[in-house]
Design a protein around this ligand. Structure first.
Ligand SMILES: [Zn+2]
Length: 177
């Protein structure tokens, strides 16, 4: 089932209620419109702050709290920063030219890794598939993401995802965790 995606003022005020300040951004390509395009200004761990559809940022802001808890439980330190690899891109899906990517509507987010409160860096490219705490944390984050997002793509998916996790709110349910 496709998750409900918040839009407009209902979405931006929900972000404000979570302590996140956002600004609007100008969608550069008319062929790929975005519903309620926003970018975090403060109150988000995403770095650099990506321009997304508001609904994606709202879903992500709730997920950040779960990641923080998983990081404390598995790696002994909370979440300081999420290494964002960007959201919006007016293009087709990788490996499937016939379908438009969820990135084209700002409803997808690519994540390269995380920095924890103790300075530990958890990298998808280096730590995915390992049996240590970093590897287990990445796996737990991907699994948890499958309960919140439509698609979670990982290095287990294909070569296009060897160095990042992809989360989206599209119509297709995929869980490669
Ligand atoms: Zn992606």
């Amino acid at each position: 089932m496709q998750p409900a995606v918040a839009t407009g003022a209902a979405c931006t005020s929900a972000l404000a209620a979570r302590g996140m300040r956002v600004e609007a951004w100008q969608v550069p390509d008319r062929r790929c419109p975005v519903t309620t395009p926003v970018r975090p200004v403060s109150g988000s761990t995403l770095s650099p702050p990506p321009g997304t559809a508001c609904g994606m940022l709202l879903a992500w802001s709730d997920f950040e709290r779960e990641i923080d808890k998983l990081a404390r439980d598995i790696a002994g330190a909370g979440l300081r920063a999420t290494h964002s690899r960007g959201s919006y891109a007016c293009r087709a899906m990788t490996g499937n030219a016939g379908r438009r990517s969820l990135h084209a509507s700002g409803l997808a987010l690519d994540i390269g890794g995380f920095t924890l409160d103790d300075g530990t860096i958890v990298s998808v490219a280096q730590d995915w598939g390992r049996r240590d705490a970093k590897g287990r944390l990445l796996r737990a984050i991907a699994r948890a993401g499958c309960r919140r997002f439509s698609a979670v793509l990982t290095p287990a998916t294909d070569r296009f995802h060897h160095d990042h996790l992809h989360f989206d709110l599209g119509p297709w349910k995929i869980c490669d965790a």
